[in-house]
Design a protein around this ligand. Structure first.
Ligand code: ADP
Length: 463
């Protein structure tokens, strides 16, 4: 059954109420039924015992004492619920009966126990009857049968039954309607949320769902949807920014190459001029190549099913490999590089990401250190982490830029050191690689003094 939310709530509520109500109505009927019949049986028992004292036994006959008086009384008084009395002998034969029985006769039920009240019929009308034994000096003589009409009780009980049966569906339908209305009102915020989220596209991502007034579950739902939208919006913003920065970074060297070639083609040049212009164009092409390669590395991090291939990695060896690859710029800048290690422990992780981190951070130290500068690399162990620190005495980074250097394409003080070429992507690659293997990168720097990068590698990488 495909019910709407408010109908489902109303339906479940109705089912629960129907069960409770059926139980309550049954109990009410049962209590009234028991009370009415107890009253009837009390009256019957009282009359029966009263009349046992008004009979006499002669030989085999049992008769009423004051029948004549009784008959007169019957004529005078109007009895609301008349009592029928009848005497039968030990074999159940009629001995005497009250005048109000007229032509009728109570039926003796030999199978019924004495003193128990039971339902039977008199002239096709329902009556309640009791049979009490008559004894004379300890000798059993017969029974006095006493009966009263049940009509009054039946009418009362039938009225009660009909009222309850009528009330049952009316109350249920009423409750269904009210619950449906209230449930409808309480899910108004859900409709508002659905309407708003239905209209949000990438063009109006700044819209938010309205928060309900009450701080309830729906308020929490609306707030978490808004927080989700915040995250999506800022992710989209970052993506837009990234695309804009990437195309800008690629367009710049292309513009330089175009300009150089246009200048060259304008008039014949000397061989020297051709060489230098072509060389600068090749440098720009190398730069484009580097940016594209770095973008590809960054794009690879966004794949969801990246798997780590873990193995033992000796940080000291990993550092040496990187330094080996950077041999030529180190020699060109006459840098002194000192590597020290206070531990022979290794880490269990994916060497590809360790290499990406070390390569980008050590190449920065080489790049930003002055001619003849000093680079110190140390490897040590602290608890369950191996720490690699890379210290240079280069240009340093402004304190206000420290939190931005890991953002893609960010370059600190770019125009103050235009001769140091870079893409602004190295540290974001290092940070993403760190996230892959749970390594943490921290940085301390002072402008004009130098920079220290510390990388915390967990000995056993978990991700
Ligand atoms: P880039 O290709 O520009 O070096 P990175 O992402 O590697 O890009 O670094 C971002 C910025 O952080 C650099 O442009 C530079 O301003 C700063 N930076 C990084 N490492 C160093 C360092 N060792 N010394 C001084 N500045 C640094």
């Amino acid at each position: 059954m495909n019910l709407s939310f408010k109908n489902r709530i109303a339906f479940y509520y109705m089912l629960a109420t129907a069960t409770v109500m059926a139980l309550v109505f049954f109990v009410i009927y049962w209590v009234v039924h028991t009370a009415v019949y107890r009253e009837l049986d009390n009256d019957l028992a009282y009359e029966a015992h009263k009349h046992t004292k008004e009979i006499y036994v002669v030989n085999d006959s049992i008769l009423f004492v004051n029948k004549r008086e009784w008959e007169e009384r019957e004529h005078r008084a109007i009895q609301v619920n008349p009592v029928f009395i009848q005497i039968v002998d030990a074999r159940g034969r009629l001995m005497d009966k009250s005048p109000n029985l007229k032509e009728g006769e109570l039926i003796f039920h030999s199978e019924k126990k004495s003193d128990t009240h039971f339902d039977t019929k008199l002239n096709n009308e329902a009556i309640r009857q009791v049979q009490i034994p008559i004894e004379q000096r300890g000798v059993f003589k017969g029974y006095i049968l006493t009966a009263m009409s049940q009509e009054g009780a039946i009418v009362v009980l039938n009225k009660l039954k009909n009222t309850l049966l009528l009330l049952f569906p009316i109350v249920l339908l009423g409750l269904f309607g009210i619950t449906r209305f209230l449930a409808g009102r309480s899910i108004i915020p859900v409709k508002a949320i659905t309407n708003t989220t239905g209209t949000i596209t990438r063009n109006n991502l700044n819209e938010r769902v309205p928060l309900p007034q009450n701080k309830d579950e729906l308020h929490t739902l609306a707030s978490s949807i808004n927080e989700l939208l915040n995250r999506i919006e800022s992710a989209m913003e970052r993506e837009k920014q990234f695309t804009a920065d990437a195309s800008h970074q690629l367009r710049t060297p292309l513009a330089v190459i175009k300009g150089t070639l246009e200048v060259l083609i304008r008039k014949p040049r000397t061989e020297e001029e051709y060489r230098s212009k072509i060389q600068s164009s090749i440098d720009e092409i190398d730069r484009i190549n580097k940016i594209v390669n770095q973008l590809l590395i960054l794009a690879r991090f966004d794949k969801s099913n990246l798997k780590l291939s873990r193995q033992e990695v000796d940080l000291r060896i990993a550092v040496d490999n990187v330094l080996q690859r950077l041999k030529s710029p180190i020699q060109q800048k006459k840098l002194s590089v000192n590597v020290s290690s206070s531990t022979s422990d290794s880490i269990h992780t994916d060497p590809y990401y360790v290499d990406l981190i070390l390569e980008n951070i050590i190449s920065n130290a080489v790049k930003y250190a002055p001619e003849g500068g000093k680079i110190e690399v140390s490897v040590s162990r602290e608890g369950e982490a191996m720490i690699c620190k890379i210290k240079d005495n280069g240009i340093g980074i402004q304190a206000s830029d420290l939190e931005n250097i890991f953002h893609p394409f960010f370059r600190s003080e770019e125009f103050n050191h235009a001769e140091i070429k870079g893409t602004g992507l190295g540290l974001s690659i290092a940070q993403k690689a760190g996230q892959m293997i749970n390594a943490q990168i921290e940085v301390e720097s002072e402008v004009g003094v130098g920079t220290v990068f510390g990388i915390w590698f967990p000995i056993l990488s978990q991700s």
